[in-house]
Design a protein around this ligand. Structure first.
Ligand SMILES: C[S@@+](CC[C@H](N)C(=O)[O-])C[C@H]1O[C@@H](n2cnc3c(N)ncnc32)[C@H](O)[C@@H]1O
Length: 249
C-alpha cells in the first residue's frame, strides 16, 4: 500500500483544507448551518443593505453565499485553491471570491470583516496571529464591524475525545486529538483507494483572554461575546463557541 503523509512542518498552511477529504469529513458543516447562523448574526448586527463584507477564510463560501442572498456586497478570500474554485461557481455581481492569504491586507476597506468557524490561530506564533488581526483591521472602515467565531478552548479541553473513528462517504477517518504546546492538535488518517493518508490540523489553544490581548495590541474594541450559533451569551464553562464582535476605532 502507498503511504502519503501530507504534513509539511515548514509550511504553516497545510494542504488538509485544500483536499477533498476535508470537505468529506466535515460535510455536516453545511449551508443550512451557515444560513441559520448568518441570519441571526446579521439580525443582531443590523448592517445596512449593500454594506460591503469580507469573509476572511471563506472556505467554499457557505457564509458568503448566504450574506449575498441577504443583500450584502460580499468578497470571500481563502488560501485553498480548490475551495475558491468551488466557491466561484456561485459568483455574481455582488459576490466575488479570490485566493488570498488573510494575513495580507487587501487594501480595500469593508463595512464588516468576518472570520468564521475556527479560521484563525493556524500559525504557530502569537505574532502571526496579531498580524492576521492587523490585516483584518486594515480591511475594515473606521467604525467597521469585525466578527471572529472560534472554538471555546475551555469546552474543548473538558470534552476532548482522544480517539475516534468517523465514517463519511465510505471513508473511515481515524481521528486522534490532543493538546500539545498550547495547540489543539488533530491527526486524521484514513485509506482511500489503497493509499494511506495522514493529515494534521493544529490550532492555537486561544482563550478569550488571549483574544482580548490581541484586540488591545491592534487597537480594536471588543463589544460583545456570544457562546453559540443561536447567539446565547458566552459562558466559559458551557459554551461551544467563542464568537467575538468588535469594532475598528
Ligand atoms: C475550518 S475552515 C472554515 C472555512 C469556512 N469559514 C467555513 O466555515 O466553511 C478554515 C479555513 O481557513 C483557511 N485558511 C487558513 N489559513 C488561512 C490563511 N492564512 N489565509 C486564508 N485562508 C486561510 C483554510 O483554507 C480553510 O478554508
Amino acid at each position: 500500500m502507498n503511504k502519503i503523509s501530507l504534513i509539511d512542518p515548514k509550511n504553516e498552511y497545510n494542504d488538509w483544507f485544500n483536499s477533498p477529504f476535508y470537505h468529506k469529513l466535515y460535510n455536516n458543516r453545511d449551508y443550512s448551518e451557515a444560513k441559520k447562523f448568518i441570519s441571526k448574526l446579521l439580525n443582531y448586527l443590523s448592517l445596512k443593505k449593500n454594506s460591503t463584507i469580507l469573509d476572511a477564510a471563506c472556505g467554499k463560501g457557505r457564509h458568503s453565499i448566504q450574506l449575498e442572498k441577504l443583500g450584502y456586497n460580499v468578497t470571500g478570500i481563502d488560501l485553498s485553491e480548490n475551495s475558491i474554485n468551488e466557491a466561484k461557481k456561485s459568483e455574481n455581481r455582488n459576490l466575488k471570491f479570490l485566493i488570498h492569504d488573510i494575513s495580507k491586507p487587501l487594501n480595500i476597506k469593508h463595512d464588516a470583516v468576518f472570520n468564521l468557524f475556527t479560521s484563525f490561530g493556524y500559525s504557530e506564533s502569537k505574532e502571526k496571529d496579531v498580524q492576521i488581526l492587523n490585516s483584518i483591521k486594515q480591511n475594515l472602515k473606521k467604525n467597521g464591524t469585525g466578527v471572529i467565531d472560534f472554538f471555546n478552548i475551555i469546552n474543548i479541553k473538558k470534552n476532548l475525545v482522544p480517539n475516534d473513528t468517523v465514517t463519511k462517504e465510505g471513508i473511515e477517518f481515524k481521528i486522534s486529538r490532543k493538546i500539545e504546546d498550547n495547540m489543539v492538535v488533530k491527526n486524521i488518517s484514513f485509506i482511500d483507494k489503497d493509499i494511506l493518508y495522514s493529515f494534521k490540523e493544529k490550532v492555537n489553544a486561544l482563550t478569550l483572554k488571549d483574544f482580548k490581548d490581541y484586540f488591545n495590541k491592534t487597537n480594536l474594541d471588543l463589544i460583545k461575546v456570544f457562546g453559540d450559533y443561536n447567539l446565547k451569551n458566552y459562558d466559559p464553562n458551557l459554551s461551544e463557541r467563542l464568537i467575538m464582535i468588535f469594532k475598528n476605532k
